[in-house]
Design a protein around this ligand. Structure first.
Ligand SMILES: Cc1ncc(COP(=O)(O)O)c(C=O)c1O
Length: 368
């Protein structure tokens, strides 16, 4: 028999569901001017300072990027108050998740993540022949006690998205510190803080505070959400120097493109854009959750720029009906929450349009 082309664990991977470009969806569904509230992007758009910096750098595209990310790391180190040696840049924080897994997991090693959580962790682990250990959330939040109990001699990495995607919940600082005490040395805890800029409670922990602790905490951040640069693909990880050095051995020399480096650096100092983004999210959340509540549907509390709605029916059907009205949200069946849809806060006009489409869809389902 011919040798299989790929290992079982690659054969069994499900490709990331390829979303169609908006233009194709519009053609298919016969709609125009659709709005996308599906991927937790920043509806306000990119930081104008980033756009300016990128325009100014276009003439240098014939050169390779700075493989060390010197200026961006310098900017981050000043802003965060830590050494550039603690920072690794990535092609989105997605790449950092992949690099962490490729650096620290050997085939057969275990990585623990919650369920539901960001789906990329498990995909990356499976792609290198690692074992995914999955611990269900408890009352919508990471079950830290359950996760600590699931640790074995083969556990290498624990992924905690704080806040959690899709629930929008955060881990309480005291519980996190107790959890760290229960984790054996040598196990890396990844605090994925993709939505940290949106957090309004001060009850949660910040991964950066543990950089000099005895624990191996890696903090991941991204420019894709609050900074509005999802299309550029740029994120970073903050970790002990020894961990950064291992990751630097395996990353591609030019993993972060030159436009991403200058754009992210400019966005870092664009406080006006960040403040405008937070205001838009806060006001949008108040408006949407209030109105949806008035329609009789429950919105889950959130510390992010997105939230879940309990449709009390088939969430995928609601998603499809919204699509026909040109409103793109995220169905949650892949996260085993079949009654829910996830919506990202949009601009005021987009929020309004969502509401009227949602109202129509739910009323017509009620009549069926
Ligand atoms: C929890 C979480 N982490 C990381 C990411 C990925 O961000 P990036 O665009 O930096 O790869 C996302 C994006 O949706 C996310 O929800």
């Amino acid at each position: 028999m011919a040798k299989p082309l790929v290992a079982d664990y690659i054969q069994n991977l499900t490709p990331y569901p390829p979303g169609k470009p908006i233009e194709e969806l519009e053609r298919e569904y016969g709609v125009r001017n659709s709005i996308k509230l599906a991927s937790n992007e920043n509806a306000l758009g990119p930081s104008p300072k980033a756009v300016e910096a990128i325009k100014a750098a276009l003439g240098k595209l014939h050169r390779y990027p700075d493989g060390s990310g010197y200026y961006l790391k310098q900017g981050l180190s000043e802003k965060l108050g830590l050494s550039t040696e603690n920072i690794v840049l990535g092609n989105g924080s997605n790449e950092l998740i992949e690099l962490i897994v490729r650096t620290f997991l050997n085939p057969g090693d275990e990585a623990i993540s919650s369920d539901p959580t960001f789906l990329v962790y498990r995909k990356m682990v499976q792609a290198v022949g690692g074992r995914n250990i999955v611990v269900p959330l408890k009352e919508g939040s990471h079950d830290l006690v359950g996760i600590a109990k699931a640790v074995t001699a083969r556990t290498k990495v624990i992924f905690l998205d704080n806040p959690n995607n899709p629930m929008g919940t955060v881990v309480v600082k005291k519980a996190f510190e107790q959890f760290l005490k229960d984790i054996p040395p040598g196990v890396i805890v990844v605090a994925d803080e993709a939505y940290y800029d949106f957090v309004t409670t001060d009850s949660t922990f910040c991964g950066l505070d543990y950089l000099d602790s005895p624990y191996l905490v890696i903090t991941l951040r991204t420019f894709s959400k609050a900074y509005g640069l999802a299309g550029l693909r740029i994120g970073y990880g903050v970790m002990k120097k020894e961990l950064a050095e291992y990751i630097n051995r395996i990353r591609q020399p030019f993993n972060v493109n030159s436009l991403a480096q200058v754009g992210a650096l400019a966005a870092l100092s664009d406080e006006e854009h960040l403040a405008g983004t937070k205001k838009m999210v806060e006001e949008g959340l108040n408006y949407l959750t209030g109105e949806i509540g008035r329609l009789g549907y429950r919105c889950l509390p959130t510390q992010t720029n997105f939230f879940l709605i309990d449709t009390k029916t088939d969430g995928k059907a609601v998603y499809e009906n919204l699509l026909r009205k040109g409103v793109i949200v995220r169905p949650m069946h892949a996260y085993k929450l079949p009654d829910y849809i996830r919506i990202t806060v949009g601009l005021p006009a987009e929020n309004k349009r969502f509401l009227s489409a949602f109202k129509e869809v739910m009323e017509s389902r009620g009549r069926q």
